[in-house]
Design a protein around this ligand. Structure first.
Ligand SMILES: C[S@@+](CC[C@H](N)C(=O)[O-])C[C@H]1O[C@@H](n2cnc3c(N)ncnc32)[C@H](O)[C@@H]1O
Length: 354
């Protein structure tokens, strides 16, 4: 980002990495995402960078979470009954500290809210290491052991202690940001975004790889977003929504023919969504962080297909950086025909020659 100074735009802002880093460097930034939780994440990261949070106050509030009864059908399903009262307590803290208007979620205490959400997840049957609501056998065993020993509250307090320690460490060590204006909006379908910046730096969703809305479904419900809203958001998610286009780039068509017929719709929806989204966004520099995703065993070079698209719009590649994925797993799994998952990610930087 230092090499490409200017105002930044991230239409798939996720948890706001680009926005927060722009803030850190003093560049203006705007970001959007379908997920309603984005503004909370950005606000929380900025308040941590600015050291404007009261860690002891947060700790006290979360220590005191008692809750008692609350009746949400999905709570029964995802939390052991012994953890229900703690989960209800956390939900109370969350609800007291957020304002929900339709899809929009706002908070004056975003770090407190995000910590409460994280702790609630840790008390549930959901796997700790997979950011998806996935009921794992390992987690069930772990929770059952803790409950059998009567150590649930102790477990909760130790998780809280660790979080507080991390927060204190961050407050002590993070350098001061330069600060800038950051505009951030969740609940925003990328096809509705019309905006510009000097640089678009973004990481679009992967092809058939992640269901972000579903991954955050229970957090959204905990926040007080309605099930109906969650459903509406799910239907807008790329690449699951229906989008058509007449684009006929060579690589795009070549790989379309390699994909098994039943997955061609996903392929088309994916690329047409990206092409359409970029029609409405303007910048002199476009930096895309993607990689060759596998669709039923066929490696699709998303970055090359996007490069071809941008070249038609008179952009030229100026730089490329490869991140070889060695130390972390990205979509590696038994059910993936490409057993090694994604092996590299590519940051492709293009500049307009107009
Ligand atoms: C790879 S992630 C971005 C991660 C981000 N760079 C970060 O640092 O957290 C892709 C994002 O695209 C979002 N997304 C998927 N479909 C979308 C749509 N139709 N409109 C807007 N955002 C969408 C997802 O919610 C997800 O956060």
């Amino acid at each position: 980002m230092k090499n490409y100074p200017g105002s930044y735009l991230d239409p798939f802002a996720g948890s706001g990495t680009v926005l927060v880093h722009a803030y850190y460097l003093g560049f203006e930034a705007k970001g959007y995402d379908l997920l309603p939780i984005l503004p909370l994440m950005v606000k929380s990261k900025i308040e941590i960078l600015e050291k404007s949070i009261d860690v002891n106050g947060i700790e006290e509030k979360l220590k005191g979470a008692k809750g008692g009864e609350c009746s949400y059908p999905w709570l029964e399903e995802w939390w052991p009954k012994e953890a229900k009262s703690l989960a209800c307590g956390l939900m109370e803290v969350i609800r007291e500290n957020v304002r929900v208007r339709g899809c929009r979620v706002e908070s004056d205490n975003p770090t407190l809210v995000l910590l409460a959400l994280n702790l609630a997840r840790r008390l549930s049957w959901a796997d700790d290491s997979v950011y998806k609501w996935f009921r794992s056998k390992v987690k069930r065993k772990k929770m059952e052991e803790i409950i059998a020993k009567g150590k649930l509250k102790q477990y909760y307090l130790s998780l809280l202690e660790r979080k507080v320690k991390t927060l204190k460490y961050l407050l002590q060590t993070l350098p001061r940001p330069k600060g800038s204006e950051v505009v951030v909006s969740g609940c925003k379908d990328v096809l509705e975004v019309r905006d510009e910046g000097d640089v678009i730096l973004t990481s679009p969703p992967y092809l058939q790889a992640h269901e972000y809305v579903r991954s955050f479904k229970y957090e959204l419900l905990m926040l007080g977003v309605s099930l109906e809203t969650v459903r509406v958001l799910s239907k807008l998610e790329i690449p699951y929504r229906e989008v058509r286009c007449n684009y006929e780039g060579r690589l795009y068509l070549e790989y379309m023919s390699k994909v098994v017929p039943r997955l061609r719709l996903i392929y088309r929806n994916y690329f047409c969504s990206l092409f359409k989204a970029f029609e409405n966004l303007k910048a002199e520099t476009v930096a895309l962080f993607t990689g060759p995703a596998s669709l039923n065993g066929v490696n699709i070079p998303i970055h090359e297909i996007m490069k071809e698209y941008f070249e038609e719009k008179r952009f030229k590649e100026v730089e490329r950086k490869e991140d070889l994925i060695k130390r972390r797993r990205l979509f590696k799994g038994r059910n993936n025909k490409n057993r090694n998952g994604i092996e590299k990610e590519v940051l492709l930087i293009l500049k307009t020659s107009q």
